[in-house]
Design a protein. Structure first.
Length: 675
């Protein structure tokens, strides 16, 4: 594992300075006059500066093209005009999206009588049918740039429209029509719009559509609107070995977000209460309907929290006012329940105390939403917060009243989290316990008594069971124990906000005492050795990998300065008469049975299920006693920094396709899986 965290101390290469693409040459004299002013017309601004419209030209931006076209079809479905959407990924990076909606209008546009409305929509920025609100009560594409931007950034763009039993067709290349809209024949049994396009390699280089990513996009859209069926198809040759993405699938989820959240959490999720899900119309304003909201919320006893939100089926990864309304509804509803139960401690609860223990999905449908930027990652509509809060709070309070035992358990759990937060705020730097001053320590830390950091060490263990064994096996003077609850947050794929909100990592940082980020100070580290001690199995290795990723990303100086270690607990205890030997793995077990015991005499083999099942004496003798144990130091080699960073990103980062590629490359090297 240690070679995974090697680093390279070389400074990053500075990019070569280039002139802006397409900039006009200035007069030789360098004068700044009217000739230096460019006027970009039509779709030319999009090709010049694609990042202004889709956020860049990388793989993520490429998939934004697919989302824009799919969102248009979803708008037709949400408006009640389409029930089926077909998404097909073909060879050579061609993508087709087809719906059975009304079809884009093809008749001449009133302002441009010599051009059809179809051509105006596809060649003019800020042209569309979603501004007035007459054609779509709610929609995701509101800036009128989606289809035209996609058209501008494709080397080939084909559109077919079936309206009034007639099929119309037009083709484009890099946003330029190759001819007028043509009547292509009768379409007696067809309606809607079909768009087939090929992203322009001049813009996106070698990036191609990834089947797994497109499939997840289609699946999420089907979850968001239970009235739509999305038919997914992909050329089998595009699906890599080991990729579970189906070649064909029919995606339809009558349960909506409840189905989505249940699928995300899995059957073994540690739920504190049953999943709370529902949908409701938003309160009317001045007698007019304002939209509706759907939600699914799971309160968790353990694990990582999450909050996915959407507006008009558009993912709002940076949240916004609708999330603020949901937070307010949960907070006020739970505080009201505390008052009803005469629990005076409910007043200290904040929204973050609640959200740190939930997995939630929220979908809002409103007219004319306001987003931050064209990529629509954050909702800024000021009225959304109050509308969502009002719609959810009454229903949340009703749900709590209908489940009093579960509501009491939820309230007690959240109050406990709030009290922990208050204690941590009061104890920015935790001093040692002493006979005259006993302070509550972060998390479930059991500290040592010696104060000199270089002579002490802290063991990071999984769960209370392992923590109990470690506390009994430790040297109270020099060894501290911090149990962590389950698998910690994967910081390589989590947002900064999630990292700050994660309770386990905050407890860990506080216990170490050296701070994090710009507050890091190695001289304040409270222990000379930080030892990761996990079970000697696959799950233990995963937890150790997550912890090492955290230290590598957030506290790299601890690795560089040699403070991070891995404990090496045995997997087996071998006994023959009075003789006891420990083995690290299966191969070590067989070798020691052959070499260290009498032949033809039975050897008792005990497999430790985990640290929590290991007697404290065995744990001390094999893993914690400095005179007998083996520790692996995690080393960061400066010459390998870049390679290590790339390896961490591929194995632990946000792109699953990189992990698939790694598995495919190294699958033949796996000789035995010890399960």
């Amino acid at each position: 594992m240690s070679d995974l965290f090697s680093t390279d101390g070389a400074s990053p290469k500075q990019p070569e300075r280039k002139e802006p693409q397409g900039a006009s040459a200035l007069p030789e004299s360098g004068a700044y006059d009217a000739s230096a002013i460019e006027v970009l017309e039509g779709l030319e601004p999009v090709r010049r500066r694609p990042g202004m419209y889709i956020g860049g030209t990388d793989e993520s931006a490429l998939h934004h093209l697919a989302a824009e076209i799919l969102d248009n079809s979803m708008d037709e479905a949400v408006a009640g005009h389409a029930s089926t959407i077909d998404v097909t990924l073909e060879r050579d990076n061609w993508l087709t999206v087809r719906d059975n909606g009304r079809g884009i209008p093809v008749d001449p546009h009133p302002r441009f009588p010599d051009r059809s409305a179809l051509e105006v929509i596809l060649t003019t920025l800020h042209a569309g049918g979603k501004f007035s609100g007459k054609s779509y009560a709610t929609s995701g594409g509101l800036h009128g740039v989606g289809s035209s931007v996609v058209n501008a950034l494709t080397s080939a763009f084909e559109v077919e429209v079936a309206r009034d039993r007639v099929l119309w067709r037009q083709n484009y290349a890099r946003g330029i029509p190759l001819g007028p809209v043509e009547r292509a024949g009768a379409a007696p049994n067809r309606r809607g719009t079909r768009i087939r396009f090929h992203p322009d390699p001049e813009i996106f280089g070698t990036h191609v559509f990834q089947p797994a990513r497109l499939y997840r996009l289609c699946r999420s859209k089907a979850f968001l609107f239970r009235g739509v069926t999305i038919k997914w198809a992909c050329d089998p040759s595009l699906i890599r070995a080991g990729d579970s993405t189906p070649g064909e699938a029919v995606l339809h989820f009558p349960g909506g977000l409840a189905d989505s959240l249940s699928d995300e959490l899995g059957a073994d999720a540690p739920l504190l209460t049953p999943l709370w899900a529902g949908e409701a119309d938003l309160p009317e304003v001045s007698g007019h309907a304002t939209g509706r909201v759907e939600w699914a919320i799971a309160f968790l006893e353990s694990g990582n929290s999450s909050f996915l939100s959407f507006c008009n089926t558009i993912p709002t990864s940076q949240g916004g006012t609708h999330e603020a309304g949901c937070r307010a509804a949960l907070l006020k509803g739970l505080r009201a329940w505390g008052e009803q139960r005469s629990n005076k401690r409910a007043g200290i609860v904040t929204a973050e105390d609640i959200l740190g223990a939930v997995a939630a999905q929220l979908s809002l449908f409103i007219c004319d939403p306001q987003f931050q930027g064209q990529t629509k990652e954050k909702l800024t509509s000021s009225d959304a917060s109050k509308l969502v809060e009002t719609a959810l709070r009454d229903r949340f309070e009703h749900w709590l009243s209908g489940n009093p035992a579960q509501a009491d358990a939820l309230l007690a759990f959240v109050i406990e989290r709030a009290e922990d937060r208050v204690r941590r705020r009061e104890q920015k730097e935790t001093p040692r316990k002493s006979a005259t001053r006993r302070l509550r320590l972060p998390g479930k830390l059991t500290d040592c008594t010696r104060e000199k950091a270089s002579e002490t060490e802290i063991f990071l263990v999984e769960g209370d069971s392992a923590g109990g064994s470690a506390k009994q096996a430790r040297n109270r003077e020099t060894q501290a124990v911090l149990p962590l609850r389950g698998k910690i947050l994967n910081v390589a794929s989590a947002s900064t906000e999630k990292l700050r909100a994660n309770q386990e990592l905050r407890d860990l940082v506080e216990a170490l005492g050296c701070g994090i980020g710009d507050r890091f100070d190695l001289t304040k580290l409270r222990y000379g050795r930080v030892i990761i001690m996990t079970d000697a199995d696959v799950d233990g290795a995963h937890i150790a990998s997550l912890l090492m990723t955290f230290f590598f990303r957030e506290l790299p100086e601890l690795i560089r300065s040699g403070h991070l270690y891995l404990a090496q607990p045995p997997l087996y205890r071998l006994t023959q008469g009075a003789k006891t030997v420990y083995a690290m793995n299966d191969a070590d077990r067989e070798r020691k049975i052959r070499t260290q015991f009498r032949a033809n005499v039975k050897v008792e083999v005990s497999r430790f299920k985990g640290l929590g099942e290991m007697p404290p004496k065995d744990l001390k003798d094999t893993t914690m006693d400095p005179t007998r144990r083996t520790l692996l130091r995690v080393v960061a080699r400066p010459e390998d920094r870049l390679e290590t960073r790339e390896r961490v990103e591929s194995l632990m980062g946000r792109k699953p396709e990189l992990r698939y590629a790694f598995i495919q490359e190294h699958a033949q090297s796996v000789e035995l899986l010890d399960i």
